[in-house]
Structures are given as C-alpha cells and as structure tokens.
Unconditional design. Structure first.
Length: 183
C-alpha cells in the first residue's frame, strides 16, 4: 500500500537532510556574538611560508598582491610572477623563494588555500564592499599583525554578514545576497 509513495518519501527525507546540513553549515560559531570578536585562529597549511606581517611592514596596499579583477567578486591570490617582481632579488637564496622561483619558471599556479570562503549559494562581491569603503581589516581582522593568515572574524557566516549590515544600515533583505547570484 505504501509502495507507490516510497520514492516520494525518500526524496522528501533526502531533501530534508540536505537542507538541514546546508543550513547548519551557514550558522555562526556559537560562542561568538559579533564580527568584532576574535575566533579561534586556525591557519591552513599553505604551499609556501608567507608572513602578512612582514609584507605589510613594507607599506604595500592589500591590492598590490591581491588585485580585484572584473567582475569584482573575488580578490585574487598572489601569483608566482607577482611575487617574483620583488623576489627576483630579495631573499632569492632562501629555500621557499627557490620553490617560488620554480613555480614562476614552470608557469604553475601557486596552490594557495583560501582562508575565507563564502558558501556557493550566497552572491557576494568584494567590489561592492570596497566601493562602500569597507576596509580589508574590518572583514579579515588585523592581517598586518599576522604571520600566517587565519580566520580572524566570522564574516563568512550569515550572522556575521547580517550583524555588519545592521551596524552599517545596509540591507538585510534575503534577496540582496541570495537572489542576485542565483538567477
């Protein structure tokens, strides 16, 4: 008697599980109350050692290493060629710079691990936030004081986004982040 309904029941259960898992991934870390509170800082293993602290001391703007090409959604991660503009002569005998040189010579992409990742079901643009004069530090923490880049804010959680939008009196309507990129 239930046999004809089994596929529909299974589809409903699978959909419910998937929706719950997606919703759970988008929740804020529980102990955090605002985007200004520090998170437990965990730095992913990167292909090369890199100190933002050391490089920021050279007074380079973030966009020197992280350009924001059209359409402006992502800030690019540094390429081996970009790094070599300085490291052609600076530190060239260090093992990490020799490895960097090999990446550049072989025209390979550096396999940097992104620290901040926005879920795929969210439309988000760096350009929009830069145009609104949001500083890199507001979202990414005090990168200029970090040797290894780590997740320093909860900016990639829904609660983090909504909290910031409320403080800046920006829209908190669902369509601002969930409709534009899904059409």
């Amino acid at each position: 008697m239930l046999r004809p309904y089994i596929p529909a029941i299974l589809l409903f259960v699978a959909g419910s599980i998937a929706a719950h898992a997606t919703f759970a991934l988008w929740q804020e870390p529980k102990p955090q109350a605002s985007t200004n509170q520090p998170l437990k800082q965990v730095s992913p293993v990167q292909p090369l050692p890199f100190s933002h602290k050391l490089h920021a001391a050279l007074q380079r703007p973030c966009k020197f290493c992280h350009p924001n090409p059209e359409p402006g959604n992502l800030m690019n991660l540094p390429t081996a060629d970009a790094c070599m503009t300085c490291h052609e002569s600076v530190g060239k005998d260090r093992p990490a710079i020799r490895t960097l040189t090999q990446y550049a010579r072989s025209n390979q992409t550096l396999p940097w691990v992104r620290v901040y990742v926005v879920p795929g079901f969210v439309y988000w643009s760096h350009r929009t936030h830069l145009d609104a004069e949001i500083s890199c530090e507001q979202c990414h923490g005090k990168v200029s004081e970090m040797d290894a880049m780590s997740l320093a804010t909860k900016v990639t959680t829904m609660a983090g986004c909504v909290d910031c939008h409320k403080r800046r009196k920006a829209t908190t309507g669902c369509a601002a982040c969930h409709e534009a990129g899904l059409s």
